[in-house]
Write a protein that binds this ligand. Sequence first.
Ligand code: SF4
Length: 95
Amino acid sequence: MKTYNGNRREVLKKASQIMGFAAVAGIAMKETAKADGGSMSPASVGYVDHPSGTHQCSNCSLYIPGTPATANGLCKAVSGPISPTAWCQIWAPAS
Ligand code: SF4
């Protein structure tokens, strides 16, 4: 392991590089979260891979359709790929 024996300039330069990397990594993580939809886990909202009567993701106001429409999409509230024919406890009718 490299040590910085009192070379303040080198320490500050290294700290600056680390901070820059952390900022870039933080932005990348936020973009990944957006690409995965919402932040709630499927288990926390009782997500199941089948409809509940006529209620399913494809007619929920929080659903973001995939392409084509039969492909998995995203949900504004729940993370991960979302089946258009799935359902969860926070389903809300699309207007
Ligand atoms: S039913 Fe649940 S998982 Fe499906 S789109 Fe609506 S909120 Fe998201």
